[in-house]
Design a protein around this ligand. Structure first.
Ligand SMILES: Cc1cc2nc3c(=O)[nH]c(=O)nc-3n(C[C@H](O)[C@H](O)[C@H](O)COP(=O)(O)OP(=O)(O)OC[C@H]3O[C@@H](n4cnc5c(N)ncnc54)[C@H](O)[C@@H]3O)c2cc1C
Length: 329
């Protein structure tokens, strides 16, 4: 089949690589001027109850891997094309251009998709994210995500993400929780005040915070929540954040985009047309719903103005750590 994909983030190149390896002719269109990842670190976590640790990496490491595999499989990546819609197997671009007709369009253009009918609900809390060098001797573990909270309205995190492609210096993704409309106030209050606040909350964070000398080093990320009931249409499959969105608290969204891509590729191996799209949707339905429900239930324990939920969260953690240490049951 001729397959046109909108978006070369995580799900797009993953789907493209698997479909090209299966013999399809795949072209990915992205709005970026040249292939490049947006953002900082993320965790790829195993799905389901098991003891396998998650893998924390910089987005560019995942991006480089997925793009390398996609291009090696014969996928064409076309930058500089902002998609404004899709109709009957044809992508429409800003400026009036239209792609050649495809047998299937895959919408992998993420949370700001112009194709997906998903209307997600904005979440009241957001976060600023940055990437800094891992400070030698800082005392924090290099193989764990460490977070500090004050109730659920203050959250600082340090995620060790290894090295960037082609570099040798260890990096950390750092994040700080803000209300959805809090970025302007954070910039206005100045970095000195912020550093004083984070130092008071968590002294070990100081060598990370000191590397932030310009507000622009910390990028604002907004979150939203929503799920498409039917992630497909005429000659159209919708995957990743374009089909379902959640806050990153459970660290599963990138995984979900990869699993969508794998489910779609597997469905197209078995059958084609609307039957394949129905099979894809059915394969993903329950996992997506369960994850979205868990994200809805747990996110306010980590980011909210509630005074009760953080107490429950802390109680659960103490109990789960105590249980793991005692191992009697
Ligand atoms: C701050 C932050 C931290 C996160 N941390 C984690 C984590 O720890 N673990 C985890 O699993 N997930 C995390 N996530 C979520 C994860 O990043 C997303 O779920 C994942 O990137 C979704 O992949 P995707 O392929 O659907 O979309 P994206 O990766 O967003 O890719 C979309 C692509 O489409 C392109 N595009 C967008 N609009 C258009 C258009 N109109 N025309 C053409 N191209 C377009 C973009 O340029 C981009 O390349 C985090 C998200 C954020 C914001």
């Amino acid at each position: 089949m001729d397959i046109a994909i909108a978006g070369a983030g995580i799900g797009g190149p993953a789907a493209g690589a698997m479909l090209a390896q299966a013999g399809h002719d795949v072209t990915i269109y992205d709005q970026f001027a040249a292939p490049a990842p947006v953002g900082s670190g993320l965790v790829i976590q195993p799905v389901g109850p098991n003891d396998t640790p998650g893998l924390a990496i910089h987005r560019s490491a995942l991006f480089a891997t997925l793009h390398g595999v996609a291009v090696a499989a014969g996928v064409k990546v076309v930058p500089g094309h902002k998609v404004i819609g899709a109709q009957a197997g044809r992508l429409h671009f800003e400026g009036g251009g239209v792609a050649d007709p495809a047998d299937l369009v895959i919408d992998a253009s993420g949370a700001r998709s112009t194709i997906s009918p998903l209307r997600a609900r904005d979440l009241p809390h957001a976060a600023i994210w940055g990437t800094v060098d891992w400070p030698d001797g800082c005392g924090l573990p290099v193989d764990e995500l460490t977070q500090r909270y004050r109730r659920a309205d203050r959250m600082i995190g340090v995620l060790p993400i290894g090295t960037l492609p082609g570099e040798t210096t260890g990096k950390a993704a750092i994040f700080w929780s803000l209300p959805r409309d809090g970025h302007e106030v954070w910039v206005r209050c100045g970095l000195d005040g912020w550093r004083d606040e984070v130092r008071a909350l968590w002294p070990e964070f100081a060598p990370f915070a000191e590397q932030i000398t310009e507000p622009a080093q910390m990028a604002m990320a907004h979150y939203s929540r929503g799920t498409l009931r039917r992630p497909w249409g005429e000659k159209l499959a919708i995957i990743g954040d374009a089909a379902h969105r959640a806050s990153p608290q459970l660290g599963q969204s990138a995984n979900m985009a990869l699993l969508d891509a794998a489910a779609l590729a597997a469905a197209l191996e078995h059958t084609d047309g609307a039957a394949a799209l129905r099979l894809y949707a059915a394969a993903r339905r329950w996992h997506v719903r369960v994850y979205q429900a868990m994200s809805w239930a747990f996110t306010p324990q980590y980011q909210s103005d509630s005074r009760i939920l953080p107490v429950l969260r802390t109680g659960c953690f103490i109990r789960s750590v105590a249980c793991r240490r005692c191992r009697r049951c």
